[in-house]
Design a protein around this ligand. Structure first.
Ligand code: COA
Length: 403
């Protein structure tokens, strides 16, 4: 029985900061960001969007043509949780009117949680082949203004329908995991921004990759060349290049085969880090930007979550996958984004919802299909977004200045 991805959609903010502007403001050579880190733009969330609105917008698109009643489980992976108790997926479940005969949970293990959700969903579908799982991965990467990790910030969500009728990718059974107790990146409950030893974290990422690859090879008997393409976890695109370089070197290939990863990096280069979603954003980018027909080709996947847990697994691209891609939707979303200047970005970044339990109407900016409209008695309230702000909209300009 095949199990895999029936539908995949992503969503990210309608606002971004060009990294050239950030480099100028921080007095850093822009080439450090574009060449050194391989990043061009950072997606920045406005005050009226969060992990719920991003996931709900992505899910609305992923569910087009799929009976919502067939979804019997929603898994929400995030490390930007909005509540210690309630799963963010319940808000999405409500916004999309999913069936009440459905279970919803939130998963956490840094950027690995999306992969954990995928593995759990695949086992569940093998047990209940008629059922479908909606996997949501939604995150906002925050390191702090002026912090060393600032140019790698970003945000985004992926919504994936997993089922026994895969139309994009079906996954193979061999999958190798690795866990080690390391403090490379973590965020205590009382902190808004992650604590990170970035260079140590890149070193551990590569060590975890080598361990997983070794175990995956032993399980599958496959060589690097049995895989046509690779999707790595992408905290910044240079990290994925280093990862592929490492595997090529280990496998004694001369140089590294850039064409095996380059299409998977296009979206992330323009969004920045989206933690749990980044591996799947890499997959969408690969399938939608590859000029070659990837039907029946094998993709190698590597997920890494600081702390750390990692996994190497593989999947086969389904014939006819091109007819099921959300390419036009993603293209329009990326093209319609609006550039912020550094002052606007810093105002968005500094915005915090009040914590006093009072009623507060959230200032509205251009968003996707859903917005955070109000917080009252500590309860976040969401609404369908029926308003499209034009670029330079007067009301929008007023509220940006009022922040
Ligand atoms: N032109 C071109 N490249 C330049 C440059 C310039 N003017 N200045 C620096 N670089 C290159 C460096 O040589 C380096 O490349 P290399 O890694 O191939 O050697 C790269 O830019 C990064 O610069 P470096 O000074 O080594 O690192 P940094 O102190 O800026 O930190 C991170 C980089 C990734 C560690 C930091 O952004 C971070 O902490 N990010 C968040 C955590 C993270 O993403 N972890 C990843 C694992 S999940």
């Amino acid at each position: 029985m095949k199990v895999g991805i029936e539908s995949l959609a992503l969503y990210s903010s309608r606002y971004y900061l060009p990294l050239s502007a950030l480099a100028e403001a921080r007095n850093i050579d822009p080439q450090k960001f574009t060449v050194g880190l391989g990043q061009e733009k950072m997606a920045v969330l406005p005050p009226n969007e969060d992990i719920v609105t991003m996931a709900a917008s992505a899910a609305k698109e992923a569910l087009v043509g799929i009976d919502p009643k067939s979804i019997s489980m929603v898994l929400f992976a995030t490390e930007s949780s909005i509540d210690q108790s309630k799963a963010a997926g319940i808000w999405v479940h409500n916004l999309l009117n999913l069936s009440s005969a459905c279970r919803v949970v939130e998963l956490k293990q840094a950027c690995f949680a999306g992969c954990a959700g995928l593995l759990l969903a695949l086992s569940y579908i093998k047990q209940f082949p008629g059922q479908k799982v909606l996997l949501l991965a939604s995150d906002v990467a925050r390191y702090g203004l002026g912090a060393i990790g600032e140019p790698t910030q970003g945000c985004g969500a992926c919504a994936i329908v997993l089922s026994a009728e895969p139309k994009l990718v079906s996954f193979e059974p061999e999958t190798a995991s690795y866990t080690s107790h390391v403090m490379d990146f973590w965020r205590p409950n009382y902190k808004e921004e992650a604590l990170v030893d970035g260079k140590y974290s890149t070193k551990i990422y590569l060590e975890a990759l080598q361990e997983c690859w070794k175990n995956y090879q032993a399980l599958s008997n496959r060589a690097l060349t049995d895989h046509a393409r690779f999707c790595y976890h992408i905290p910044f695109t240079k990290m994925a290049m280093k990862a592929h370089e490492r595997l090529c070197r280990e496998s004694k290939r001369v140089g590294y085969a850039q064409n095996e990863i380059q299409d998977s990096l296009i979206y992330s280069k323009n969004l920045g880090n989206s933690y749990t979603a980044s591996l799947f954003i890499g997959l969408a980018s690969l399938l939608e930007n590859s000029s070659e027909d990837l039907s029946e080709k094998r993709i190698g996947f590597f997920s890494y979550g600081s702390g750390c847990v990692a996994e190497f697994f593989s999947g086969i691209v389904e014939p006819g996958y091109k007819n099921h891609l959300k390419q036009a939707y993603h293209k329009a979303m990326l093209e319609k984004r609006e550039a912020l200047d550094v002052a606007e970005y810093e105002r968005f970044y500094a915005f915090r919802l009040p914590e006093d339990g009072g009623t507060f109407s959230v200032p509205q900016y251009t968003a996707g299909d859903f917005v955070l409209s109000e917080i009252s008695a500590h309860e976040r309230r969401y609404a369908k977004n029926d308003r499209l702000y034009a670029k330079q909209d007067e009301e929008l300009a007023k509220s940006v200045n009022a922040l």
